[in-house]
Design a protein around this ligand. Structure first.
Ligand code: NAD
Ligand code: DAU
Length: 378
């Protein structure tokens, strides 16, 4: 399925100038935030290729639906013929690769789709991009970029006293999700080393912000709290994550695209390490203020069975991107969390739409007695 976001502009030709970019996974959480940000800042066209899995939602792009610079194509990154056609037709100067299966718990209950999309999908995408890139002039080849969006989870797990991950930290992925992302990172690296494709890889810590699918920690906790449901904290709640506001991540990606050196990888993070328990308590404190009830939402916190193979701590050393490219996170955690919670409170209709039957099936599967987080009653 291919179409403009808005039927009103169907039939017009998209500006196929070389400065267009192709964004895979642009209807998901980070991809849509990137597309909206990019379109508000630059005049260039954006072609979004997204399969619209349970995590992809065209509503995420509704604010650019009338904008003729945006073209949406529903399709799979596995479909080499489709990707080749889009590249030939729109001649983008860059491909930004966000599309992936992204939820660790889902990868534990069913790894196959992660292998298919994250590894095989990235391979097919790289093959199509390599074919396109080979046909460009030398000047166009030099200006072209393939930017691969990856995760800090490829580096494995840290003890409380270990130094943060650097770009030199050896890969040690522990979940099917992180193993599939690590594999895709290696493929991207190989396409640079072997074929000279100008690739960039970013490895980022946990994102939060508007439009995150409510299977992930922050939206899950706040939406459960609003419904008076228990807040299922895995294990002892002392696992540590480094949180980054999604808009800062998108800014980091744009910075790497503009100024990164092909073949290099860049860590992106928020320098906001905190335990899950601390984070959930902060969510509850903001909700206590914005949506007060007789009791604190923190009373709903319930410790449940741990995630199998649960990584204890992630922390990112972001000195390379700060030093070499001049990027740093801008949003404070408290400010970003408040904005995020306010966004969800103002967009309960969006929540209603994404928490469809398929979402309810997932919650039932994940949080019932026969599975990792089995002691919660929802
Ligand atoms: P998401 O799950 O919200 O969105 C993924 C998008 O990819 C969806 O729109 C989905 O429809 C699309 N998609 C899935 N399979 C596809 C396929 N085969 N072909 C085309 N489209 C497909 O994910 P997200 O949280 O926005 O993450 C985006 C990227 O950033 C992922 O690569 C993820 O690994 C990486 N990342 C995420 C975080 C985070 O905290 N969320 C942190 C670091 C890196
Ligand atoms: O670190 C980057 C990664 O961050 C990204 O690559 C992934 O795509 C993204 O999903 C995220 O992975 P996490 O596993 O860290 O995120 P999640 O929101 O699933 O969980 C965050 C922490 O909270 C983790 O330690 C598990 C815990 N948790 C999660 C859920 C859903 C709970 O305690 N209870 C829950 O119900």
């Amino acid at each position: 399925m291919q179409g403009r976001l808005s039927p009103a502009i169907e039939g017009e030709e998209l500006d196929s100038s070389r400065s267009a970019v192709l964004v895979t996974g642009g209807a998901g959480f980070i991809g849509s935030n990137f597309v909206l940000r990019r379109m508000s800042e630059r005049q260039t066209s954006v072609i979004v290729l997204d399969k619209l899995t349970y995590a992809g939602n065209l509503e995420n792009l509704s604010s650019v639906a009338q904008d003729e610079r945006c073209r949406f194509v529903r399709g799979d990154i596995m479909d080499g013929a489709l990707v080749r056609r889009l590249l030939d037709e729109h001649r983008p100067q860059a491909v930004l690769h966000f599309a992936a299966e992204s939820h660790v718990d889902r990868s534990i209950l069913g790894p196959e789709e992660f292998i298919r999309t994250n590894i095989e999908g990235t391979f097919h995408l790289l093959e199509a991009v390599r074919g396109y890139w080979l046909k460009l002039t030398a000047q166009e080849q030099a200006a072209f970029r393939f930017l691969h969006v990856s995760t800090d989870e490829v580096y494995g797990s840290l003890s409380p006293t270990d130094p943060a991950f650097t770009e030199e930290t050896p890969y040690a992925p522990n979940s099917p999700y992180s193993a599939s992302k690590a594999s895709s990172d290696h493929l991207v690296r190989a396409y640079h080393h072997t074929y000279g494709l100008p690739v960039l890889t970013t490895n980022c810590s946990n994102n939060y912000g508007p439009r995150q699918f409510p299977e992930k920690l922050i939206p899950l906790m706040m939406l459960n709290a609003l419904k008076g449901l228990s807040l299922p904290v895995y294990g002892d709640g002392l696992n540590v994550r480094d949180w980054l506001y999604v808009d800062d991540h998108c800014d980091g990606i744009q910075t790497v695209l503009d100024r990164g050196i092909p073949g290099q990888t860049y860590n992106i993070g928020g320098r906001q390490e905190m335990t899950n328990l601390e984070l959930v308590r902060q969510v509850c404190a903001i909700l206590d203020e914005l949506k007060p009830t007789q009791k604190s939402y923190a009373d709903l916190i319930t410790f449940v069975k741990d995630r199998p193979g649960h990584d204890r701590r992630y922390a990112m050393d972001i000195s390379k991107i700060e030093r070499e490219l001049g990027w740093k996170p801008r949003e404070t955690f408290v400010g970003g969390l408040r904005k995020t919670i306010e966004w969800y409170l103002n967009n309960l209709e969006w929540v209603e739409h994404v928490t469809s039957g398929a979402y309810r099936d997932w919650i039932h599967l994940q949080y019932t007695s026969t599975n990792p987080a089995g002691t919660v009653q929802l």
